[in-house]
Design a protein around this ligand. Structure first.
Ligand code: SDX
Length: 378
């Protein structure tokens, strides 16, 4: 391969052929299996969307009922996983706890039969069912409390909020949270999905795949940006401070968290929907001064960087929604992971359908023929 073929960050290089999702970054279009994100956010549920992503078609009513039933049935995690989490330091980040717990599932479900559709379905069900339980469990364990067991009467989103707060959530909050999960479920060849596909290509188990993807999602340039946005809004503190804050970041050539995207050169359509959800939530629960700061920030950044295609991404408004729901900031990225498990598993399945191990090349730019120098002569 010639040196001119190399693109730092693999920008513009296709890493797979995929039918799972599509982004048009100029028009601000996102589709899952050809269905617009707006239609799914309006009418679907997270589990129906996960089914669509993973199996390629909307489920029939009975298929969806079976899928929901099986996920509800598998929500509990083994006491040994909970005991393992009790050994984690309480100061540890919940994304690290999730990565370790997801990997640990592989110890308990070690049978691997990648050519058996029943095995694939069981692994999908188990991961979608147990990841939220593990996120909520660590939240209680790190405070020295016992985890709250899942509630079989509640659907996916409501059950997660219940496990977090030991209280059945308001239906509007549960509905908004479910839409947030839909919005975060999949997004073409982002870094964590690429990681999932590379790991899948070695024919390892799905727990290792999800663990590798969780580790990738955690970074502040990817899913971790949603936490950083809230720290930034808190640091800004008032609408008047937005402009000097943005200008000082730009003067230092620092990145503004929650803005910019490799693919979108307009406002991320998920950010538009999340902003509306934030407004719905504030109508119900009362306003939030951080929302006013965020809106002003969007205006100032558009003024300074809009001509370069830098607008809010999915991580900009999501944190404001979760914060108003009373969710701790360091759970925002684990919540992103709960949703993205659907996309990672869809890519796992697609990768297996036409697998070849990922093994790109590199352009070696180091030395050759260096002599070995004995340690006493260095
Ligand atoms: C997610 O890929 C996906 O699909 C990811 C995701 C998903 O659903 O999976 O959408 C989720 O990860 C959202 C992104 C969350 N990250 C952030 O909000 C962090 C802040 N954003 C940036 O660091 C950045 O925009 C990235 C990481 C999102 C994209 O990085 P790129 O494509 O490598 O772009 P770049 O860093 O090379 O920036 C290109 C130019 C630079 O200017 P020049 O050096 O050319 O002069 O744009 C500038 C950058 O400085 N720029 C920014 C900026 N983002 C880009 N300048 C200030 N603030 C920003 N946020």
């Amino acid at each position: 391969m010639a040196v001119c073929d190399y693109q730092i960050g693999l920008e513009g290089i296709p890493a797979a052929q995929s039918k799972i999702s599509h982004v048009d970054g100029q028009e601000g279009i996102l589709e899952y299996r050809g269905v617009s994100i707006q239609a799914l956010a309006q009418s679907s549920s997270f589990l129906e969307t996960a089914y669509l992503l993973i199996w390629g078609d909307f489920p029939q009513e009975a298929e969806l009922e079976d899928f929901k039933h099986d996920i509800t049935y598998h929500r509990r995690v083994k006491y040994r996983i909970r005991d393992m989490m009790k050994c984690f330091p309480e100061s540890g980040h919940p994304m690290d706890a999730l990565q370790a717990s997801a990997a640990a599932l592989g110890l308990f479900y070690s049978r691997r039969a990648l050519d058996d559709p029943a095995y694939i379905r069981a692994a999908v069900v188990r991961l979608l069912a147990k990841i939220p339980t593990m996120v909520a469990a660590f939240q209680h364990i790190r405070k020295g409390n016992d985890p709250i067991q899942p509630c079989d009467d509640l659907d996916y989103a409501a059950n997660f909020l219940y496990m977090l707060n030991e209280q059945t959530p308001d239906p509007l909050l549960a509905h908004i949270f479910d839409i947030c999960l839909i919005l975060h479920a999949e997004h073409t060849m982002n870094a964590s999905t690429f990681s999932a596909r590379v790991t899948s290509s070695t024919l390892t188990d799905p727990y290792a795949i999800v663990a590798s993807a969780v580790g990738t999602l955690a970074g502040p340039l990817h899913g971790g940006a949603n936490e950083e946005v809230i720290s930034m809004l808190e640091e800004i503190g008032s609408v008047e401070n937005v402009q000097p804050y943005v200008d000082s970041l730009l003067a230092r050539k620092a990145k503004i968290m929650g803005f910019g995207h490799r693919v979108y050169k307009v406002k991320d359509p998920r950010a538009t929907i999340l902003q509306k959800l934030a407004e719905q939530l504030f109508d119900k629960l009362g306003g939030d001064k951080y929302y006013d700061i965020a809106v002003e920030m969007e205006r100032v950044v558009a003024d300074r960087l809009g001509h370069r295609g830098i607008y809010p991404n999915v991580d900009f408004y999501s944190g404001l929604v979760y914060r108003r729901m009373g969710i701790p900031t360091d759970l925002f990225t684990p919540i992103f992971a709960i949703a993205r498990v659907a996309g990672w598993l869809a890519h796992w399945k697609e990768q297996l359908e036409a697998n070849r191990i990922y093994r790109p090349s590199q352009i070696y730019i180091g030395d050759h023929n260096r002599p070995y120098i004995p340690i006493e002569e260095r």
